[in-house]
Design a protein around this ligand. Structure first.
Ligand SMILES: Nc1ncnc2c1ncn2[C@@H]1O[C@H](COP(=O)(O)OP(=O)(O)OP(=O)(O)O)[C@@H](O)[C@H]1O
Ligand SMILES: [Mg+2]
Length: 477
């Protein structure tokens, strides 16, 4: 806004007027400072959340909404990242125990000094959501098709993805936007980086979420079997074949995850390309095309460029399937996510095993940050789960690591602990040598020749020790 216009605007719009406008809106408005303390809370929000503005002013959002963790709080995340979050669905309890279901849009507030706070606009979704849930429920009860396929194997949403590293947040951002479209997605990442987690989250965040999500691993199945699984069969097409719909027909209206597409046979890739291009499938042995509306997500644990080079992935399929293309970095390239992940898994297994592990020793975290984690987040989760079998309460310490028996991790630990044992020994010997030299020099009043004789070593060697431990004969005269 030009300065002149800004001056006029400021003359007309006093803070009181702006507050009155905010209070008259149908949307909730909350403004916080950069410590997440509430500095403004409008009437609509007060009605939606059942809280009195005077009770919340100056308090932290985490005091008012104790069920909210920093990871779940859109306000906290905007303050941390400085990036806006748009149309995020949130469900939480206020401190009076009321369940709130809102869709929030949150913006950072920035001035010359940088980020100074955040503003969040909330729309109440309880009514709409209750209606949607009722419709979905009815659909479930009345339609056998929907009943048998709905949400097959679906467990994760974006809020289950742990990691504040820029890379992970960027991927979440991209995929959250992508979940609103029907474009195909290709996810590349090493084993255990969370490819399935991301794929499921896309579906759960999409308008297709009440329709089926079906995952099929493309590895380890002979081509013809995989083809019949994906596209279905017609009676008599080969021995014993029945009229059977394939996964594409079953996933109609929903999402299909083609896991490890790098292992799909080239000729089957051609058939898959047809589904992507024309939106139709043909059952094995069938003569007619069946239209399907399925969103395709594919994963690979080999780099797409390598697959293309080796001829394991058709170029035309690659272009079609990677409209949205993300690469999940291995854990060793985002070691700062390790703290959060450890925390998360300790909480998870505390709950599962009914234990009370309070945390993990700093030294162990450092070891974890040096390890390369070839099995990525899955391996880290397994390590934490295993460790928690050996302890009931208190901290996980370096001592507990000895109990672990996983190949690569075990080798690493053994190497690590041995080195430090050697170091400890060296340190103790060093301390002993220094004390001895000091004592003898003290007894000879700083006379190096006599001290060397007493120690039964050469004068030169004593001088070497004195230099090594920074001891001077003047100290004893
Ligand atoms: N960012 C994350 N936050 C929380 N849990 C995660 C994260 N990434 C992975 N996990 C957990 O790690 C495990 C492995 O994840 P997932 O199955 O999605 O990996 P993947 O990339 O599909 O592995 P693979 O290539 O071996 O199939 C799961 O238990 C998942 O919950
Ligand atoms: Mg997987």
């Amino acid at each position: 806004m030009p300065q002149q216009q800004l001056n006029v605007f400021q003359d007309i719009m006093s803070p009181e007027i702006i507050m009155n406008i905010f209070n008259a809106l149908d949307e909730g408005v909350i403004i916080v400072d950069k410590e997440c303390r509430i500095v403004f809370y409008n009437r609509t929000l007060s009605r939606l959340e059942g809280l009195d503005p005077s009770d919340v002013m100056g308090k932290s959002v985490f005091d008012i909404f104790p069920s909210l963790t920093p990871r779940e709080s859109t306000i906290y995340r905007v303050i941390q990242t400085g990036r806006p979050i748009k149309d995020r669905y949130q469900q939480y309890f206020n401190y009076k125990g009321k369940l709130i279901k809102n869709v929030n849009t949150t913006f950072p507030i920035v001035d010359d000094t940088g980020l100074i706070g955040a503003i969040e606009i909330s729309r109440d979704m309880s009514l709409v959501l209750n209606l949607t849930e009722t419709v979905a429920d009815l659909q479930k009860r009345t339609s056998i098709k929907a009943k048998s396929k709905k949400g097959v194997g679906l467990r994760y949403t974006f809020s289950d993805i742990i990691g504040s590293s820029n890379k992970i947040q960027e991927i979440i951002d991209i995929l959250q936007k992508a979940s609103k479209t029907t474009s195909s997605v290709l996810i590349y990442g090493e084993t255990g980086t969370g490819k399935e987690l991301f794929a499921q989250s896309i579906h759960s965040d999409s308008p297709r979420r009440y329709m089926p999500f079906i995952a099929q691993n493309c590895a380890a199945l002979p081509e013809s079997i995989l083809e019949s699984i994906l596209f279905g069969t017609t009676k008599g097409s080969f021995t014993g074949a029945e009229d059977k719909p394939g996964l594409f027909e079953q996933a109609d209206g929903g999402t299909i995850l083609l896991d490890e597409i790098n292992n799909m046979h080239i000729s089957l890739q051609t058939k898959l390309l047809r589904v992507l291009q024309e939106g139709v499938i043909r059952r094995l042995g069938g003569v007619s095309d069946i239209p399907v509306d399925v969103r395709i997500i594919a994963t690979t644990n080999e780099k797409p460029s390598e697959l293309l080079k080796k001829g394991k992935l058709r170029h035309d399929l690659y272009y079609r399937i990677s409209v949205i293309n993300v690469e999940i970095p291995p854990l060793r390239e985002r070691i700062n996510d390790i703290d959060e992940l450890i925390d998360f898994f300790i909480k998870k297994y505390n709950k599962k095993f009914a234990k009370n592990i309070t945390g993990i020793e700093e030294e162990v975290i450092n070891i974890f940050k040096e390890y390369k984690w070839p099995g990525n987040v899955r391996e880290l989760e397994n390590v934490i789960e295993a460790l928690m079998n050996y302890i009931d309460k208190g901290e996980i310490t370096k001592n507990h690591l000895k109990n672990l028996n996983f190949g690569a991790f075990k080798d690493f630990i053994e190497k690590n602990t041995t080195t430090s044992q050697e170091e400890n020994l060296k340190k103790s010997v060093g301390n002993y040598e220094k004390q001895l030299v000091l004592e003898v020099l003290r007894s000879t009043g700083g006379n190096v020749t006599r001290a060397a004789k007493k120690l039964k070593i050469k004068r030169q060697l004593l001088q070497y020790y004195m230099k090594k431990y920074n001891i001077s004969r003047e100290d004893f005269i």
